[in-house]
Design a protein around this ligand. Structure first.
Ligand code: CP
Length: 316
């Protein structure tokens, strides 16, 4: 039976969550998904709570999805972007966040390019921290919405075969997915050029290959990752064209599979590099379902953390 309290006071990474936490987040997200499909999409649960979204890195989906989740819960919301802030005048991260907390902010949603930044802030600031992506480390809310979307389509993930294809080395989405899918009992295969696979990745309980067609034949669902060019100046493969030929999902490779495979992508998509447009927009793709579910998952995360910390009096 799922207990109704999270075991954690922050969402720093999937690796800190128990299976009970995951199931509680999924159950709560299902309630919120029903609510946000009503004509009146809001609940008063967080009406005395203020949340700051601090994005030190670019974002479309995660930033807007968190903001919408907070507004659907009736929280007060403030948004911070790196450009135009006093960081450019030499202020450090802890001072910046301390000043924001001093304005009576209750929850911080943090995206930052440095791995470990969310954990670092949680140890130095007395506030609830939600990691919205810390460099190449973790992207827990993305991992949760990916798994929730898979469960909607495939049911219980125990024994299901999930492939993660592409730039695993630089991907926080890959690591959060690996931790989460392992906890739920799925089988995981990573498919990438050897240069884009972390050393010792198999110690995390996954298998690895560079054969995309056989990976597609093996799996029930494939999560296609973007090449994270912004995280490195070094070339890990000769050209996008060569990468696409071997690791890009296209109709020619997909037609060899002869079974229904679900296609996921965390976004943003580089059409024609890791996936062709016809497959990104095909019936097998659940990419926009992932985005829709992201709002309900983030409502669940915020609601459960706020209720764990006794910030709220209102049920949903
Ligand atoms: N999936 C994801 O993190 O997208 P954004 O970078 O647009 O937030």
């Amino acid at each position: 039976m799922t207990r109704n309290k999270l075991s954690v006071d922050h969402l720093l990474g999937i690796k800190y969550l128990t299976e009970n936490d995951l199931n509680l987040i999924f159950q709560t997200a299902s309630h919120f998904k029903e609510i946000i499909n009503r004509p009146i999409k809001k609940v008063p649960s967080l009406r005395d709570i203020t949340i700051a979204n601090l994005f030190f890195e670019n974002s479309t989906r995660t930033k807007l999805s968190f903001e919408l989740a907070e507004k659907r819960l009736s929280a007060d919301v403030i948004n911070f972007s790196y450009s135009g802030s006093s960081i450019s005048k030499g202020e450090n991260l802890i001072d910046t966040i301390s000043n924001i907390i001093a304005m009576k902010v209750d929850i911080i949603v943090l995206r930052h390019p440095s791995p470990g930044s969310a954990l670092f802030v949680s140890k130095n600031i007395n506030s609830c921290i939600i990691n919205a992506g810390d460099g190449t480390h973790e992207h827990p809310s993305q991992g949760l919405l990916d798994a929730y979307s898979l469960i909607e389509k495939l049911g219980n993930l125990k024994g299901k075969k999930i492939a993660i294809v592409g730039d695993v080395l630089h991907s926080r989405v890959a690591l959060s997915n690996v931790f989460l899918l392992n906890t739920l009992g799925a089988e995981i295969k990573l498919c990438a050029p050897k240069s884009l696979l972390p050393k010792d990745i198999e110690s995390l309980g996954v298998t690895a290959t560079d054969d995309l067609v056989n990976t597609l034949k093996w799996c029930d669902a494939v999560n296609m990752l973007r090449i994270q060019n912004e995280r490195t100046d070094v070339k890990f493969f000769p050209s996008n064209r060569e990468y696409s030929k071997l690791f890009g999902l296209d109709r020619e490779k997909f037609n060899k599979v002869k079974k229904d495979v679900l296609i996921l992508h965390p976004g943003p998509i580089n059409r024609g590099v890791e996936i062709t447009s016809d497959l990104a927009d095909s019936e097998n793709a659940i990419i926009l379902n992932q985005v829709e579910n992201g709002v309900a998952i983030r409502m669940a995360i915020i609601y459960l953390l706020a209720s764990k910390l006794k910030m709220i009096d209102y049920d949903y």
